[in-house]
Design a protein around this ligand. Structure first.
Ligand code: FE2
Length: 436
């Protein structure tokens, strides 16, 4: 007796006609023909469509989300005005308002099949209202979202008075990951020193590290090199992420030919934030304007695990967004010119399995023994899912359906033409065959 059987699923790796049997919140077996004769408390017919592990956002700011317009709008649209605006809002924040906004965003996230989020939490305000609120939010949403928190000294670990002490207090309170922002310290030397201090703290406490790192257009910003070296020095391989890394877009190619192998040696994770990078970077350029996204295909080719994050939704830095990681994957694909079939599939991985690796999620995937978390999409495969921003027909958490949506279809009123348009029906037939 199973709790749930998902029937006739196509998996992200291309296997079709798969049944997925679930018991006690875990996947028990995956394979063709399991459903026949098996007893199950519930059934979900995938109808040959794509079933994927849930979307994972490796980089987000839950404490700022849905605060757009408070206390005013970002008129220049720059990163620095966003930071200044957030500074104006901070004294006005309350635990109740932060939790309420976070809960609203998590509703949206679940409806989008986004069931794991790593959120940076600003620890620059010594009241730590943000930390208190995000810990409460993490507790409340735990049944349906894995919310991992990063202690993030937005105003600088050394630059902001009291930030170093506040960061340690946040970790004492239960924040999961050590954060930082070396490029925002007063000098390159202070930035490098902050990387060393933060890696030491993580090593001593047995925690992971995720730094906002080199989020500038400065080709000489070098903090990711320091981050890789400190990762090796402290034996933190596989536990450290560099977020944004936008300066790598502008770096000298010879230098990068040395840097990327160092990052691979250190087992660094790289997290690009395509929607934000493409809108915030290159602001000092006239034309040509740099894109500012880090070197995603080159990092992937070198064996570095690369994930895409949403970073912001309707906050001081970004007024758009809807918790849709397929929109994030689509932007990353376009900005990185990742248009081969393999590269497009890699962009889907960047918002699923690669992001789960950044967070170190236990039991992520669709193999037997994994947690029974999955999403049924109105698409035949990961590439079509990105192309269509496919509707999440069902979202499953711990073996239970927690969100459902009707298929996206339009009724046509055109003489001699079909009555219904289903966007998933319009792929050229050649795409249904295996492609080189
Ligand atoms: Fe960020």
């Amino acid at each position: 007796m199973f709790d749930l059987i998902v029937t006739d699923a196509t998996l992200p790796d291309g296997r079709t006609g798969q049944d997925i049997a679930v018991r006690d919140g875990r996947i028990v077996t995956v394979g063709p023909g399991l459903a026949a004769g098996a007893e199950a408390g519930a059934r979900l017919d995938a109808g040959g469509l794509l079933v994927t592990p849930p979307f994972v956002d490796a980089h987000f700011h839950m404490d700022a989300t849905l605060s757009l317009g408070l206390p005013r709008l970002n008129h220049s649209g720059t990163l620095l005005e966003g930071i200044a605006l957030w500074g104006e809002l901070k004294p006005l924040l309350t635990v109740e308002a932060l939790v309420e906004r976070g809960l609203r965003y998590c509703d949206l996230a679940v409806s989008r099949g986004l069931l794991a989020i790593r959120s940076h939490v600003d620890v620059s305000d010594p009241r730590l209202v943000t930390v208190e609120a995000m810990l409460e939010l993490r507790r409340q949403v735990a049944p349906w979202i894995d919310l991992q928190l990063v202690a993030f000294p937005q105003d600088g670990y050394f630059r902001a008075p009291g930030a170093a002490e506040a960061l340690e207090r946040a970790l004492d309170m239960g924040v999961d990951v050590v954060g930082g922002i070396p490029h925002f310290e007063r000098t390159m030397a202070d930035g490098a020193a902050s990387v060393a201090s933060l890696c030491r703290i993580a090593a001593e406490r047995g925690l992971r590290v995720d730094l906002h790192c080199d989020e500038t257009d400065d080709p000489l910003s070098r903090h990711v090199e320091t981050l890789a070296a400190e990762t090796i020095r402290h034996g933190l391989q596989g536990r450290v992420a560099g977020s944004h890394l936008t300066s790598m877009h502008s770096m000298d190619n010879y230098y990068v030919s040395k840097l990327i192998p160092l990052m691979a040696e250190a087992g660094l994770h790289a997290v690009a934030n395509p929607l934000i990078n493409i809108t915030l970077q290159g602001r000092h350029d006239t034309y040509p304007k740099r894109r500012g996204q880090t070197r995603v295909p080159e990092l992937m080719a070198a064996g570095v695990n690369v994930a895409f994050g949403h970073d912001c939704v309707m906050d001081p830095w970004y007024s758009l967004g809807s918790g849709d990681m397929l929109e994030v994957a689509s932007m990353g694909l376009h900005v990185g010119q990742m248009t081969s079939r393999d590269a497009m599939r890699a962009c889907f991985d960047a918002v699923t399995v690669n992001a789960a690796a950044v967070m170190g999620l236990e039991g992520y995937g669709l193999a037997p023994g994994c947690r029974a978390d999955m999403v049924l999409l109105q698409a035949a495969d990961p590439i079509e899912a990105i192309r269509l921003r496919a509707t999440r027909l069902a979202v499953v958490r711990g073996g239970k359906v927690v969100s459902r949506a009707e298929p996206a279809r339009s009724a046509l009123s055109l003489p001699g033409r079909p009555a219904l348009v289903d966007p998933a029906d319009y792929a050229p037939p050649a795409l249904r065959a295996p492609m080189p």
